[in-house]
Design a binder for this molecule. Structure first.
Ligand code: NAD
Length: 269
């Protein structure tokens, strides 16, 4: 039986952990060769080793998405190794929370924007030529529910994810205008149980202003389906957008959030 992305080559940024890790594993299981890229040199190679052990194909590249120089090297390497690029999953991101925007340092604002927004810009700038050479493909940008709705304490993060949402639509229009066969969509996870929640207090310059956030606790109250999502549940949405099953889908947003964006529910006891 052939997989849903059999023979395709995918590049996943932030592929060492959480959603990126689940996406890398699922795409490989469904037949893609996966370039796992991340700044985490410990977990990244572990993800690749697991994929290979399961019979899939993957390689790891150390890759800071804010470095244009590195983007040029990584894309050239991937093209040398695999000869094509069909799928880009621009997933790497961080979250910085502050009690009030008045307490956010410009350095933190810029660091978060550099990874969450500049990194996505650079991904498209350097992957589109390779995908056009391949003859088409699918770009999937990881936005957030925080790219659709405001969240107190996360205004800088919301600004980056809202930017990603509309950036995806604009690039979708560019690609459609070029007729290059490349589709571009954004994915909007709600509260997903990944390591990112444990990092939020320390990402703010290690200031320790914020208590650790328990995603399950938060989701129980805030999510109509009453629980946090799993990274694997986001990966299923990415697989759909990466595969030819979504060949008529571009410029749209796939919300995977347990119903949060639709409204609130009064839960029965
Ligand atoms: N977990 C959630 O609830 C949730 C909800 C909505 C959106 N998201 C988004 O999903 C994406 C993945 O988040 P996650 O929850 O899997 O988090 P995670 O922390 O588990 O994984 C993020 C990965 O990005 C990597 N990374 C960080 N900075 C990088 C850089 N400069 N260059 C390359 N890689 C870098 C990290 O090393 C890590 O492996 C992010 O864009 C995040 O904003 C997550």
């Amino acid at each position: 039986m052939t997989g849903q992305v059999q023979g395709k080559v995918a590049l996943v940024t932030g592929g060492a952990s959480g959603i990126g890790e689940a996406v890398s594993e699922l795409l490989a299981r469904e037949g893609a060769s996966v370039a796992v890229t991340d700044v985490d040199d410990l977990r990244g190679p572990e993800v690749v080793a697991r994929i290979r052990k399961a019979g899939g194909e993957a390689s790891f590249w150390h890759h800071d998405v804010t470095s244009e120089e590195r983007w040029i090297e990584v894309v050239a390497d991937v093209m040398n190794r695999y000869g094509r690029l069909d799928v880009l999953v621009s997933n790497a991101g961080i979250g910085i929370s502050v009690p009030s925007i008045t307490e956010m340092s410009l350095a933190d604002w810029r660091r978060q924007t550099a990874i969450n927004l500049d990194g996505v810009f650079l991904s498209v700038k350097h992957c589109l030529p390779a995908m056009r050479k391949t003859g088409g493909g699918s770009v999937i940008m990881m936005s957030s529910l925080a790219g659709l709705r405001g969240a107190a304490g996360l205004s800088g993060y919301c600004a980056t994810k809202g930017g990603v949402r509309l950036f995806a639509k604009a690039i979708a229009m560019e690609c459609a205008t070029f007729g290059d066969g490349i589709r571009v969509n954004s994915v909007h996870p709600g509260i997903i149980d990944t390591p990112i929640w444990g990092k939020i207090p320390t990402e703010a310059g290690g200031s320790g202003q914020n208590a650790p956030i328990d995603p399950e606790e938060r989701a129980k109250m805030a999510t109509p389906l009453g629980r946090a999502g799993e990274a694997a549940e986001i990966a299923q949405g990415v697989l759909y957008l990466a595969s030819d099953a979504s060949r008529y889908v571009t410029g749209t947003e796939l919300v995977i959030d347990g119903g949060m964006n639709a409204g609130g529910v009064a839960r029965r006891a």
